[in-house]
Structure formats: structure tokens, C-alpha cells
Design a protein. Structure first.
Length: 256
């Protein structure tokens, strides 16, 4: 049995030989249980090789398994349209071929490893900033509003695998009292492979859509989630190594 929130690794060494094989490989992934035998919701790959899978019935590929960090994590003080300073992940996390150790957490439902921005726009992918981001719920949220819940983080740097969790816990949608509760979980893979990303939605109030997805630091590659949002939904963004696609290649470019 996997621990809460764990994404089991897919078999490696399987080459992409068409949509049928990719679908079969995707079924090898599960959270807290064996993979079902029927096809499930999935999308991608993007230009880099990430795919997404979700927990939709009747054949979920990943399982919803909420990780509660509001009681044990650290609250991040954020205003409306705000991002934190750099926060330590507690471990190395590889994202689109680049190893990162810090992240900015932003009030409007997203993380960025690059230049912090007040807005999750534009669409994914797009060269316009912000880039280098993971968007869980790209709408205007205001954790500083009176009565709103807050944004909490926790680094599980001693767990196996290591994880970083950011939770928007009952945060009001701007100019309303509609409280939204969702989270992003970063799970470390071997440093030779990109990490895994899990987005979970515990309770959403009058929200069925919003920007959800991942994007590299130049906006040249990215993957948006194509499904509707609902309570109890989990969406995993899996790297090329987990999706059974050919291994990704890291190309280092000197920085002047």
C-alpha cells in the first residue's frame, strides 16, 4: 500500500509505439491502489514529454488522497495578487530538465520556479511571462480578505519519496466569500528524471473551470489540463520517464 499522496512510478524502458501502448502504460499508475483495467482520462504529451492523467470515474488512473498540511505546515503570508519570496523545497526537484531547489508560492493558485508574477495568465504554453510554473487554479484569489483561509506549505524532506506540499485552504475567490480548497504536491524522482506533480481539489465553490497546467521556463513547452474541475478530483502531471516515452534529454546552455 502506498503512503498518502504517493504517485507510483510507471515502468521504465518502454518505448512509445503508438497511442495503444501509451494508454496501456498509463494504466500502470495508481495512488493507494492497483491500476484499473479500463482506459481513463489522460492528455498530452507536450513537446517535452509530460502527460496528464486524472482520477475520474469509472476508471481512475490516479487516486484522490488529500494531504492535510493546514495543521502541521507553515502559513505563507500573502496579499491579494501576491507571490512569496523564494521558499526552500528541502530537496532537489527536476522540472522540464532543470533541477530547482526553491519555489515562489502565489496567491492566485500557482507556483513558479522563475520570476514571480501576480497573475497565472497567459494560457499554457505561451512565451509571455509568467513561465516556469505549475498552475492548480488560475483564478483571482485573495487570502488576505477578511474571513478567508490561508496558504500553507510543508516540506517532507525525510519521507520516501520526498515531497513539497502547498495548500490553498479555504481561500476566498476575490470579491466573494467562495472558499476554494486545493493543493499542489511536488514529488521527487531520481535526479536523473523529472519529478512528478499532483494537483488535488478538495472543495470548490462555484468553480468548474480555470487555468490548470504546467509550463517550462521559456513557455516553449507546456501542458494544460483538459477536464472540468470538481470536488475530490486529482490530476497528475507525469514526466517522460514515467509515461513510457523515450527518455528526455537535458541540454545545457551557457548563461553569460
Amino acid at each position: 500500500m502506498s503512503s498518502a499522496g504517493e504517485l507510483r512510478q510507471m515502468p521504465r524502458g518502454v518505448r512509445a509505439l503508438g497511442a495503444g501502448l501509451l494508454a496501456a502504460v498509463l494504466l500502470a499508475v495508481a495512488i493507494l491502489g492497483p491500476a484499473p483495467s479500463a482506459a481513463a482520462e489522460r492528455g498530452g504529451p507536450d513537446a517535452y514529454g509530460y502527460v496528464w492523467v486524472d482520477s475520474r470515474a469509472p476508471s481512475p488512473v490516479v487516486r484522490f488522497s488529500w494531504v492535510d498540511v493546514a495543521a502541521t505546515g507553515t502559513r505563507v503570508t500573502l496579499k491579494d495578487d501576491d507571490c512569496s519570496l523564494e521558499l526552500n523545497l528541502g530537496f532537489q526537484f527536476r522540472f522540464y530538465g532543470t533541477i530547482v531547489e526553491t519555489v515562489h508560492v502565489c496567491s492566485n493558485g500557482f507556483l513558479t520556479f522563475g520570476f514571480p508574477s501576480f497573475s497565472p495568465d497567459p494560457p499554457i504554453p505561451d512565451p509571455a511571462e509568467p513561465n516556469d510554473r505549475i498552475v492548480a487554479l488560475g483564478i483571482d484569489l485573495d487570502p488576505a480578505s477578511s474571513g478567508s483561509g490561508g496558504v500553507y506549505i510543508r516540506s517532507d524532506a525525510t519521507s520516501t519519496p520526498r515531497r513539497f506540499v502547498a495548500t490553498w485552504n479555504g481561500v476566498y475567490q476575490a470579491f466573494t466569500t467562495r472558499a476554494q480548497t486545493f493543493q499542489i504536491i511536488l514529488e521527487q524522482n531520481s535526479t536523473a528524471y523529472d519529478g512528478r506533480i499532483l494537483v488535488q481539489y478538495k472543495t470548490l465553490k462555484q468553480v468548474s473551470s480555470g487555468l490548470v497546467g504546467i509550463e517550462n521556463r521559456t513557455g516553449s513547452s507546456g501542458l494544460a489540463y483538459g477536464g472540468t474541475l470538481e470536488d475530490g478530483l486529482a490530476v497528475a502531471f507525469l514526466p517522460p520517464s514515467d509515461a513510457g516515452l523515450p527518455p528526455d534529454t537535458l541540454t545545457a546552455t551557457p548563461v553569460s
